[in-house]
Design a protein around this ligand. Structure first.
Ligand code: PLP
Length: 429
């Protein structure tokens, strides 16, 4: 139990940060709601997931089926962040209580947990603020000769694509794009497309592990193996991957991997990481984007890229709490639940003759995101009526005109999917 003064402080800060009335914040922070007993999952799974949902502030009169653009952070993670905001200001912590300079014990513990979660080494992980920043570190830090090429897909997010566009405009780097099939037929088809798009000038392949456009999962390990066999670097934009699908970065064999745990891992907003393969970092010179005292301290390995100047340690305390929360419930269990719900969405959409699935053609190609477009020849021009029906029912979705993307997570309730199915049926009627 928190002392009353500290509790009120926390509620007030929670209210200020989360933009909710103080009375509601007081109510939320007064209840330390226990996680449902793990045994409930086998005896009464529906009750387990319904009880777990009480860990989120999600409004009961809203349905969020776009938890991929930005994640929904549960109370234990918010509490860890808010408690640290308060504690840091007491200056009792012997180490420097902010992020952006030398590594303190909290950051070291966090990097250890993150490394265990991602199957890589602590020294291969830089903490940054989001995937956009991580993507920029690689692109802007890599020397390339004019005419050398980056190969990327036509489904890249601006947070990964635009640094390359700027580099092309400044330094004459060439960009070549390959069009991804919607949906893919097989992993081999995708790998073959990459193989055929490589030229003698290709220096690096940049691609999303899970694309923002359709949520398709690309065969990362196979593409990285292809690139390595041709002496080409690989940079993955994994903004959507951590927390959505299991990750083993060493097994994947990529050189660089950027991500935003504030999406699917549900950490506080403003938490990102960049994985830099140890051997690659030893071989390829990478300049820092933001130069401060440690810019050429190569002994720091990946942490050199975390010297950004004073920034927010509390959100990274929240990232550690997010890893703990995930591990406590069980990453496999979380994936299985989200994928099961996404499969329900896929199966429902597949039965609508006016709609076409554009990513989830087989289990390999989707995790917890399902996207669809009007089926060619069906007479349906766009998906605006579906968007309108969803909006009228307070259902948040991604997209709406050309394409809709639906996200499911461990807090998604089957009844919420039923409400979405009703909205789609009404729109198509
Ligand atoms: C593939 C991809 N890359 C990068 C980003 C940008 O993420 P952030 O704003 O966290 O940097 C997104 C966001 O949706 C994304 O989907």
């Amino acid at each position: 139990m928190l002392p009353r003064r500290q509790f009120l402080q926390r509620a007030a800060i929670g209210a200020a940060i989360l933009g909710i009335p103080l009375a509601r914040a007081e109510q939320m922070f007064s209840q330390d709601i226990p996680l449902p007993a793990p045994g409930l999952l086998s005896s009464d799974p529906d009750r387990y997931w319904a009880e777990l949902r009480r860990q989120w502030l999600l409004a009961s009169d809203r349905i969020n089926l776009n938890c991929g653009s930005v994640g929904c952070t549960p109370l234990p993670i918010l509490r860890a962040m808010i408690d640290h905001i308060l504690f840091a200001e007491t200056y009792r912590e012997p180490a420097y209580p902010w992020f952006g300079y030398e590594e303190n014990t909290r950051l070291r513990d966090l990097r250890d947990s993150l490394a265990a979660f991602l199957h890589c080494k602590r020294d291969e992980l830089a903490l940054v603020r989001n995937a956009t920043e991580a993507n920029n570190v690689v692109c802007n830090g890599l020397d390339m000769k004019p005419g050398e090429e980056v190969l990327m897909t036509d489904q890249e997010h601006p947070g990964g694509r635009c640094c390359w566009e700027q580099k092309a405009a400044r330094f004459g780097t060439k960009i070549s794009y390959l069009a991804l099939p919607k949906p893919p037929a097989s992993k081999e088809q995708i790998v073959d497309l990459f193989a055929r798009a490589i030229t003698p000038q290709t220096r690096i392949i940049f691609f999303s592990h899970i694309t923002t456009v359709t949520g398709v999962i690309l065969p990362a390990k196979e593409i990285c193996a292809l690139a390595r066999s041709r002496g080409i670097l690989t940079q993955l934009d994994g903004a959507h991957a951590i927390g959505q699908i299991p990750l083993d970065l060493h097994d994947m064999g990529c050189d660089f991997y950027a991500s935003s745990p504030h999406k699917w891992l549900m950490s506080p907003k403003g938490t990102g990481f960049l994985y830099l393969r140890e051997e690659t970092l030893d071989k390829v010179k990478l300049w820092v984007n933001i130069a401060s005292g440690e810019w050429k301290n190569y002994d720091q390995k990946a942490y050199r890229f975390s010297n950004l100047g004073t920034s927010n340690l509390s959100v990274f305390v929240g990232l550690k709490a997010a890893l703990d929360f995930f591990n406590q419930i069980g990453p496999e269990r979380i994936y299985a639940r989200g994928h099961h719900l996404a499969t329900r969405v896929r199966d429902f959409i597949a039965k609508q003759p006016q709609l076409k699935i554009v990513n989830a053609s087989s289990d390999d190609f989707f995790g917890t995101l399902v996207s669809f477009e009007p089926a060619p020849g069906s007479g349906l021009k766009d998906l605006s009526r579906i968007a309108q029906e969803c909006s009228a029912r307070n259902i948040r979705i991604a997209g709406g005109g050309e394409r809709v993307r639906i996200a499911t997570h461990l807090f998604t309730q089957p009844t919420e999917l039923n409400a979405f199915f009703d909205a789609v049926s009404a729109a198509l009627r």
